[in-house]
Design a protein around this ligand. Structure first.
Ligand code: SAM
Length: 269
């Protein structure tokens, strides 16, 4: 397969990537056949997978609006993914055009496409960095000059921590990031969970291990709540995606009690 013009040179086209599989699930166009096949396989196993992806995006938008309402004027979105409908800068800058947004992802396609859509936006940028190395990541964030670490930051870790294995110590990575943020900063986390549908979680986990070099690590409510250690959880706490401060019936992409995702927001006091 030839490399399409939107794909950066050297991109791995032989293995499915989580960013491109997720883009395929959301109906995006920045994915390869291998990613589409992997997404189709996931849908065969769990037919409501696209609704889960939509539900996660809806949580992301609600969390950004909530954080902006709390006075957050700069967002650090780690594991930001390939831009799709309702991106963080669009939601946030519709509230206040001066809000700054830095997208960070490990996937070169996600970063390249983000950079393209952000051309001409002085208050937003994209950076390639690895969440598993928070101090390097934060040094690179600092070098952009976009985020002021003396002021509260809205840290978004949405649908990314389940791509870190237990050996990557995701809760410790979150704590390392928290240590560098000013009081008043918030974190929004969503995470795939084995709590409500353990069999589907096991099926999807096994599929991911087969089709991609990055596994998916479903965690139970306790494991996900542990990621908020040191943050003050805001109401309603760690809940299923559609139950986190729903704004309308349209937010209910999934049936409560059946969501494969849990989410929450915490504040650093
Ligand atoms: N946050 C977006 C959302 O919820 O709609 C995108 C989520 S997507 C499922 C997960 C993203 O995390 C992918 O774009 C993937 O490349 C990125 N990712 C995975 N491991 C990462 C790491 N170690 N550091 C930074 N990004 C990572």
């Amino acid at each position: 397969m030839n490399r399409p013009p939107w794909a950066p040179e050297g991109v791995d086209m032989r293995h499915a990537s989580p960013a491109r599989m997720y883009d395929a699930l959301l109906g995006g166009s920045h994915n390869f056949e291998i990613d589409r096949k992997a997404a189709e396989m996931g849908k065969k196993l769990v037919p409501d997978l696209p609704r889960l992806a939509l539900s996660n995006r809806a949580f992301l938008r609600r969390a950004v609006r909530y954080l902006a309402d709390q006075g957050i004027r700069q967002f650090l979105d780690i594991g930001s993914g390939i831009p799709t409908a309702g991106n963080v800068h669009e939601v946030a800058q519709a509230i206040d055009p001066d809000i700054r947004v830095l997208y960070v992802d490990i996937d070169p396609v996600a970063v390249a496409h983000s950079a393209i859509i952000l051309r001409g936006n002085a208050n937003a940028a994209a950076l390639e960095a690895d969440l598993r190395r928070p101090s390097e990541l934060l040094a690179e964030v600092g070098a952009t000059g976009l985020i002021d670490f003396t002021r509260p930051v809205g840290l978004l870790l949405v649908a990314v921590l389940h791509l870190l294995s237990d050996a990557d110590s995701p809760a410790e990575r979150v704590a390392e990031l928290r240590a560098e943020l000013a009081a008043g900063s918030h974190v929004a986390i969503s995470h795939l969970s084995s709590a409500s549908r353990p069999e589907d979680a096991a099926r999807l986990g096994a599929n991911a291990a087969n089709v991609s070099r990055v596994g998916i690590h479903f965690r139970d409510r306790r494991g996900i709540t542990a990621m908020f250690e040191g943050w003050d959880l805001v109401e309603p706490g760690v809940v299923e995606l559609p139950l986190w401060r729903p704004e309308s019936e349209r937010d209910r992409h999934e049936q409560p009690g059946r969501s494969l995702g849990l989410a929450g927001v915490g504040r650093k006091s």
